[in-house]
Ligand binder design. Structure first.
Ligand SMILES: [Ca+2]
Ligand SMILES: [Ca+2]
Length: 507
């Protein structure tokens, strides 16, 4: 999808084709006879141009990229981007970009910009070129997708600390309080607290959970007014009260034991108890929990390995649910006609929305849906939307009833590598999403981007909304990412399941 814009049909055989004279047909339309006798006023023709004056140039050039080749791989060190362009009068300059950032403008043919491929995280990047003529007409962008192969593990101008905080048990999710503390959910049921960069020994709260398979303490979120009400929301798997019985997932609300206390007051208010889980399938619980900018509590719930439930609006599995902060159902939810948990459905057709993210300011929500055999998805949340699972995965088998992903990438490489939706990205399970705000310490081209990670391939990538959501590699992580957030300090934090948080800051 990253190469979709501005494909041009022409073949360019020379970088020097400076002056392609186009013979313009003259002629004007013959006036039709007027249907009424009154003669129509005869338009006054424009005065002819003075003898010898040039015809204004209103035709834009067309641009191409000669090197590197589209889908080139293994780019390291100094790489020359060579452009070519043709114009009816003459090409004045060519501009070159990498990942939406201008890296050179050349006013003399041959048009070239030199870049250092080692400055970029290894993986997919997008090169663009466009041409201008002397009259200011600008061509469409010509876009190619390449794979860089330097040894950096994060884009230049960033610092990555993979041991910012370590020492968790199997970690699943994290959230940051307005006071800067970061709470980390451990699958075993402990909700841990990081304060001033140090992991506190005493958990905020310890839940009695079923932690088999993908079950356990899976989500944490702070109430928007946490600073005054001390509310913390969690999502976890409650074991059966009877041996051999079914577990179920629950959303609960805790209260800090006093303002900014590092432990809860010990109480627990149940927001929602979801239906019984499978006696055998312990996977696809979802788990992400966030407040939207509308003040509503959103929850991603997996299909518990029963795909049909994702399409059953009477079942909360395979859905994005939406609650008020007290567990009641908002009156404007889309399917609010029957039982309470049906009323909680906001969007459906999801397999395992283990992570999602809310964009600051706009409130836009991106749902990461973990795929089955072929595709990992980023979906844009919307009231009542159906993302197609289990009939559709990624861009496959879409119908008019389904909302296509914003971005998807495959589990295995295609031939040729990098071609088709998802480009060079491959992975196993999308896990971790965070919007960078419109301001902050990251360089401007990174602000407003959507960052996402893959659990299996251990990379962090980003979608660039100002360039048609083109996807660029950003960083590699040693551990397996399960969650991400942008901190109050403007750094990107990546939680790895093995028990560490990576901090990526700029510079
Ligand atoms: Ca022109
Ligand atoms: Ca889908």
């Amino acid at each position: 999808m990253t190469t979709a814009s501005g494909r041009i049909r022409a073949l360019f055989v020379s970088a020097f084709a400076a002056s392609l004279v186009v013979a313009c047909g003259g002629g004007s339309d013959s006036p039709s006879p007027a249907p009424v006798p009154t003669p129509a006023p005869v338009p006054t023709p424009p005065p002819p141009p003075p003898a010898g004056s040039p015809t204004p140039d209103t035709t834009a050039p067309t641009a191409g990229i000669l090197t590197p080749a589209d889908l080139a791989t293994g780019l390291t060190g100094t790489v020359a981007i060579t452009g070519t362009a043709i114009d009816d009068v003459g090409v004045a300059s060519m501009e070159f970009q990498v990942d939406g950032v201008t890296v050179g403008t050349d006013t003399a043919s041959p048009f070239v910009a030199s870049i250092d491929a080692n400055a970029y995280a290894p993986g997919q990047h997008v090169i663009r070129a466009r041409a201008s003529d002397a009259a200011g007409n600008v061509s469409d962008w010509k876009t190619i997708t390449v794979r860089m192969a330097g040894t950096r593990t994060v884009d230049q101008a960033f610092t990555k600390d993979e041991s910012w905080v370590t020492g968790f048990g199997s970690a699943t999710a994290m959230a940051q309080a307005p006071d800067g503390r970061i709470f980390v959910a451990e699958q075993s049921g402990k909700l841990r607290v990081i304060k001033n960069g140090a992991l506190l020994a005493t958990p905020f709260h310890t839940f009695f959970v079923d932690a088999t398979g993908e079950r356990g303490l899976l989500g944490v979120a702070f109430h928007p007014n946490f600073a005054s009400n001390g509310y913390v929301y969690v999502y976890y798997t409650v074991p059966s009260a009877t041996a051999g019985g079914a577990s179920h997932n629950r959303v609960s609300r805790l209260v800090a034991n006093g303002p900014n206390a590092d432990v809860s007051d010990g109480g627990e208010f149940i927001i929602a108890d979801l239906p019984a889980l499978s006696l055998t399938a312990t996977n696809h619980n979802g788990g992400a929990l966030h407040f939207g900018t509308d003040g509503k509590l959103y929850l991603g719930v997996g299909d518990n390995a029963s795909g049909a439930k994702a399409q059953d609006l009477n079942d909360p599995f395979g859905k994005l649910l939406r609650f008020n902060d007290d567990g009641s159902i908002p009156a404007d939810n889309p399917f609010c006609t029957l039982a309470a948990l049906k009323c909680a459905v906001w969007a459906y057709g999801l397999r395992n929305p283990f992570t999602f993210a809310v964009q600051p300011g706009t409130g836009k929500i991106h749902i990461n849906d973990v795929g089955q055999n072929t595709w990992e998805e980023v979906n844009v949340a919307g009231k009542g939307l159906n993302y197609g699972w289990p009939s559709s995965e990624g861009p496959d088998s879409l119908t008019s009833a389904f909302t296509a992903p914003l971005f998807n990438y495959k589990h295995s490489a295609v031939t040729p590598a990098g071609s088709g939706p998802g480009g060079f990205f491959t992975g196993i399970a999308i896990a971790g999403g965070a919007f960078y705000p419109s301001s902050g310490a990251f360089p401007a081209p990174y602000r407003g981007n959507y960052f996402f990670a893959d659990y299996g391939s251990k990379w962090v990538a980003r979608l660039d909304p100002t360039n048609s959501n083109a996807a660029y590699a950003f960083a590699n992580i040693g551990g397996s990412p399960v969650d991400m957030l942008v901190g109050l300090d403007g750094a990107l934090y990546v939680l790895a399941q093995g028990g560490s948080i990576t901090r990526i800051s700029s510079p």
